[in-house]
Design a protein around this ligand. Structure first.
Ligand SMILES: N[C@@H](CCC(=O)N[C@@H](CS)C(=O)NCC(=O)O)C(=O)O
Length: 201
């Protein structure tokens, strides 16, 4: 298997964490994708959306989107990262959707602040994206117990959100006033899949 991605992307990290947890090995293909700087070779040959991650399976199929990739890996390893069916599955996917949605909001805010020319930046829009991430963390804080039961896709989404937030927005203390999430994050640090995949440039 080949995983296309970067060491800064929180979504690539989710796929890496899942693979490590499931004891699946893969080749890593460093891939640069940036808004307005099309990586045509990657777009033509791998992912038409020119986003990372993408996973090329041993059969040569290409799977895009971190959630779908984790689902594929989980099936391949017959793992427990995503429950197979029923209410538990929806509950897990829903927790992940909130964490991943907040991460997408922060990635958008990062692009707006760091990549868009200064004179075109929309500060109110970027602030609103960051505010969505704050609100999502408050939602998660109120449901910490659900995130702590299993190291599942929801918990993986949460750790990827938290560490990306600290990496790109270090001026905000994301854990202050969220003691439940802070405790969860400390517990997760014991996992090699988490400590070995911290975001880095
Ligand atoms: N929903 C997607 C989001 C992937 C995503 O937004 N990746 C970012 C990097 S963190 C990207 O490829 N950005 C390049 C672009 O949007 O042009 C997933 O879960 O894989």
């Amino acid at each position: 298997m080949i995983l296309y991605g970067s060491f800064t992307s929180p979504f690539v990290r989710a796929a890496r964490i899942a693979a490590i947890e499931l004891r699946l090995s893969f080749e890593f293909a460093p891939t640069i994708v940036r808004p307005t700087q099309p990586n045509a070779a990657y777009g033509d040959g791998v992912n038409p959306l020119r986003r990372v991650p993408a996973l090329e399976t041993d059969d040569g199929a290409v799977i895009v989107d971190s959630r779908v990739i984790v689902e594929y890996l989980n099936d391949l390893a017959e793992g427990r990262i995503i429950p197979a069916h029923g209410a538990a599955r929806i509950e897990c996917l829903n927790r992940h959707a909130v964490a991943a949605g907040a991460t997408e909001a922060l990635v958008s805010a990062m692009y707006e602040r760091r990549m868009r020319p200064k004179e075109k930046q929309w500060a109110g829009w970027a602030d609103d994206q960051i505010d969505k991430a704050r609100a999502a963390l408050d939602w998660i804080e109120a449901r910490c117990g659900a995130y702590s039961k299993e190291f599942d896709l929801g918990a993986i989404g949460l750790v990827c959100l938290l560490d990306y937030a600290a990496f790109r927005f270090p001026e905000i203390d994301w854990l202050a006033a969220r003691p439940g999430i802070a405790a969860l994050r400390r517990e997760m640090d014991h996992r090699a899949s988490v400590s070995d995949t911290m975001p880095s440039e």
